[in-house]
Structure formats: C-alpha cells, structure tokens
Write a protein of this length. Structure first.
Ligand code: NAP
Length: 252
C-alpha cells in the first residue's frame, strides 16, 4: 500500500492511461475520484472498482470548462474529503495544419492539454497548502521534448506542461507540495492503437525504433505515477520522468 489515507483526483480517468492510474491508486489504498467527458466509461469503471471494494467516485466534467470542473471537484470532495494528490491526465492529440487551424481550435486544444493543469491547481492547492502536504503529477509526453511530423501544436502544449510543472514545483515547495511530470512514449491505449492502424506500415515502423522492441502498457505508466504521488518520492519535485522504454534516448 503506497497511498494509504490519500485522496487522489485524476482527470480523464475513464479510459486508457487515466483508467490504469485510477486502478493503481485504488489498489494502493487511496480513495480515488476522477472526471472524464465519457460518462458511460466513467460510470462503468466506478461501478467495477466500487464492487471490488475500492473507494472510487466519478463525476462527468470537461476539464476545459472551469465551471463544470469546479462543480464536479466540489461534489467529489464532499464525498471523499479534501484532495491530497492530483493527476492531470486528460489530453487529446492534435494534427492541425498551422495555416488552416482556427483561433477556436487552438484555444479549445490548449484548454484541454495545458490550461486544465492550472485549473485543477486553483481547485486543489488551497486544501493542500492548509495541511502543508500534497503531490501533483502532470501527464506530459515524449513530445514535450522531441516531437513528430503532423502533430501541430501538440509538442508546444506538452512542452508548456513541463514549464507549468517547474513553475508549480518551485512555488509550492514551501508548502511541502511536490509537482512532477511523467512523459510516456508509445503506450498501447485505444488512441494509440487507432493512430498506429491509420497508415499502412506505421505500426511496423514504430515498433522498429523501440529499444525494447515493444510499446508500453498503461499500467507501466500508472506504477510510476503512484510512486511519484507517494511518500517514497518525498524528495522528488520539478522532475520529468520518462516512461518510454528508452525511446527518448534515441537520436534517429
Ligand atoms: P485516451 O485513451 O484517449 O484517454 C483519455 C481520456 O480522457 C478519455 O476517456 C477521453 O474521453 C478523456 N478526455 C478527453 N478530453 C477530455 C476533456 N476535455 N475533459 C475530460 N476528459 C477528457 O488517452 P491516453 O492515450 O490514455 O492519454 C492520456 C494522457 O497521456 C494524455 O494527456 C496524452 O497526451 C498522454 N500521452 C499518451 C500517450 C500514449 O501513447 N497513449 C503517449 C504520451 C502521452 P474521450 O475518449 O471521450 O475523448
């Protein structure tokens, strides 16, 4: 049990990496609340984990909408108590053309992949500061440092997530609140699987550059997140943890 007595709040927790984080935190003894825009998947995961004896609560919210997020956060805190850890996982890909992308598309994308990290900080930090304890983990990406053609402006948003991680880590350190990033490489979620299948030969090419010859599983990201949320990482803050099987060490 790495997280006894903690209340961990996860965004985008209904599927993929987020769902693996919800599960790993729960099996490590935390009460877990999560939001997602997919209400069906969120309710299904909540009911599966609750029926196996875990304290898990779901509320529907779009992380890009502060009023929705605030109301969902308030409802979850009233059920499970003050939040002691936050995982900012909700994120979407972007494959925009810089000429054709509209202002609205730009704002909508950055609202999810970047601004939501500030919004959850606004909601969670007051209670954390009061008790001088807390941990935040931001799910970034290998694209925070090295990106890929036709991912505009995903690399920019994920680089900004690293900057936000450093800002928050420096400013909240005096309250004993640690803030770290986790940067996954290729992780086999539905999102990745459909991207790999979208172009003939893409999966084979992607596999051929993996140092370990395979892609990662959502649970392999979740284990690192749980560690960073836990007391075992008590002197780790402002860091970016790559979970990419070594891909980020490759030059070409
Ligand atoms: P995923 O399988 O698509 O799961 C993300 C979940 O977040 C989905 O349930 C999604 O709902 C939900 N969501 C999307 N927009 C939301 C919003 N505005 N508000 C609330 N929930 C929202 O994605 P994933 O692959 O697990 O990725 C999770 C995180 O890891 C993202 O930040 C991603 O950038 C990052 N990441 C993933 C990989 C990878 O290989 N999978 C690699 C590096 C980084 P819908 O399905 O209905 O949209």
């Amino acid at each position: 049990m790495k997280l006894p007595g903690e209340h961990i709040f996860v965004t985008g927790g209904a599927k993929g990496i987020g769902a693996a984080i919800v599960l790993d935190c729960a099996v490590n003894g935390a009460k877990v609340s999560f939001v997602d825009i997919d209400e069906t998947a969120g309710k299904k995961l909540e009911s599966e984990l609750t029926s196996s004896g875990h304290k898990v609560s779901f509320a529907k919210a779009d992380v890009a909408n502060f009023e929705q997020l605030k109301s969902a956060f308030g409802a979850l805190v009233s059920k499970l108590g003050d939040v002691t850890g936050v995982v900012n996982n909700a994120g979407v890909n972007s494959h925009a053309d810089p000429v054709k992308m509209t202002d609205k598309e730009w704002d909508d994308f950055f609202a999810i992949d970047m601004k939501s990290i500030w919004l959850t900080a606004k909601l969670a930090l007051p209670a954390m500061r009061k008790v001088n304890k807390g941990a935040i983990v931001n799910i970034c990406s290998i694209h925070g440092r090295l990106t890929y053609p036709n991912f505009f402006p995903y690399g920019a948003a994920k680089s900004a997530v690293l900057g936000l991680t450093r800002n928050l880590a420096l400013d909240e350190g005096k309250f004993n609140i640690r803030v770290n990033a986790v940067s996954p490489g290729y992780i086999l979620t539905d999102l990745t699987k459909s991207w790999l299948k979208a172009e003939s030969g893409r999966e084979e090419r992607s596999l051929s550059i993996q140092p370990s010859g395979r892609m990662g599983e959502p649970s392999e990201v979740a284990k690192v997140v749980t560690f960073l949320l836990s007391e075992k990482a008590s002197f780790v803050s402002g860091a970016d943890w790559a979970v990419d099987g070594g891909l980020g060490a490759r030059s070409a």
